[in-house]
Design a protein around this ligand. Structure first.
Ligand code: TXA
Ligand code: MG
Length: 351
């Protein structure tokens, strides 16, 4: 299949190109598009066949449900049973990087929801995403536009690399602002359970919801046979080819460990900007300053892809904090590392 590439400037949207891409969606085709979080692989959310094509193009298990994207928070009414808390969240955070799990309506085929009776709804803020949903005139079901098992795509080139030849169109709209997938919450009255942390933090949610709890699987490995709250939790996403080890401990000790590691083994390092002057440049990836979690979020998935290309035997990265946006970084990295954390102590030697 030839994939049509639409290069669209989000600041100056080519409406004709967008209409052409929307036409592909209306005809049952698949089009990848940028959002403020990561790129999505879109299909008509009311079309079971389109959903099947999405699972096939990504190589994704079909019991892992898709998020449906709507142009306005009110448009959720056509697909889900909303609530007072949903609208409070919408008022505070939509359009934006928040996904809410709601009881589904029959307009959404069960193929889209992986057989669940709930549906994940998100109203993205990216102008291309919004324009595309409006032009299509229907909600767009879209998982992240990566091949299953590789990091989510935060740049057009990531999508082209993973999905060219497998889908009908790709809208390249440049780099995604946030770089990590949306926050996902499940509502129970005025209580919210955080299923996936993102740029809308638990603290921000607490300002709107009566109470917020963080699902244990956000930070801990699922116990064997444990039934996950979200099907996505059971899959090992975002896995780099080489083993990834997360380093915890005092900043100076971790830096000196990295210095020694570069002499002892063929390692790739995801380091903070302020560390680059102390380390050799080979297989060294700068993810931003230690305190700058926003830049680290934006860089993470590119850095993991770059690490795969660099072909080291092992990858080291810092264990992020679990507060604020740190929790979203922590959640992605701890899973990519299959929960491998090394607590660095003085004079510890690399493996
Ligand atoms: O930022 C994002 O959310 C991006 C952009 C494209 O919008 N999308 C995204 O989709 O990350 P995806 O498919 O990669 O992740 C969706 C997650 C999966 O872990 C899935 O299991 C969960 O949402 N999910 C979807 N529907 C659900 C439901 N009804 N109940 C619980 N979890 C659900
Ligand atoms: Mg994904």
């Amino acid at each position: 299949m030839t994939t049509k590439i639409f290069k669209i400037d989000p600041q100056n949207i080519d409406r004709r190109a967008l209409a052409e891409a929307a036409e592909l969606l209306r005809a049952g085709g698949l089009v990848a598009f940028p959002t403020e979080t990561v790129y999505g692989l879109g299909g008509d959310a009311t079309d079971a066949r389109a959903a099947e094509k999405i699972y096939a193009a990504k190589g994704r298990p079909s019991d892992n449900p898709l998020i449906i994207h709507v142009a306005t928070p009110e448009d959720a009414e056509g697909y889900a049973v909303t609530s007072e808390t949903y609208y409070k969240l919408a008022k505070a955070f939509m359009p934006g990087p928040l996904t809410v799990i709601l009881p589904k309506k029959d307009t959404v085929p069960s193929t889209v929801t992986g057989g669940l009776d709930t549906v994940a709804v998100r109203c993205p803020s990216h102008p291309i995403a919004r324009g595309l949903i409006e032009a299509a005139g229907v909600a767009i079901a879209a998982p992240s536009a990566n091949l299953s098992g590789s990091p989510s795509p935060s740049r057009g080139e990531h999508v082209k690399r993973d999905l060219s030849g497998r889908i009908d169109g790709i809208i390249d709209g440049g780099d995604c602002e946030i770089g990590l997938e949306s926050t996902i919450v499940k509502l129970d009255g005025a209580h919210a359970t955080l299923l996936r942390p993102g740029a809308i933090t638990a603290d921000a949610l607490s300002c709107v919801c009566e109470s917020v709890s963080v699902a244990p699987a956000v930070t801990e490995a699922l116990a064997e046979n444990e039934r996950p709250l979200s099907p996505g939790m059971k899959y090992r996403h975002y896995a780099p080819k080489a083993p990834l080890v997360l380093l915890a401990g005092d900043g100076d000790e971790v830096l000196s460990f990295l210095f020694r590691a570069q002499n002892a083994e063929k390692c790739t390092i995801l380091c903070y900007s302020e560390e680059t002057e102390y380390l050799r440049g080979e297989r060294l990836i700068d993810v931003g300053r230690r305190e700058d979690l926003t830049t680290q979020a934006k860089t993470l998935f590119s850095a993991l892809r770059q690490a795969d290309d660099l072909d080291g035997d092992i990858i080291y990265a810092h264990l992020p904090p679990t507060e604020g946006l740190g929790l979203a970084l922590y959640n992605r990295l701890i899973r990519a590392a299959a929960h491998t954390v090394l607590h660095v102590t003085a004079d510890q030697t690399p493996s």
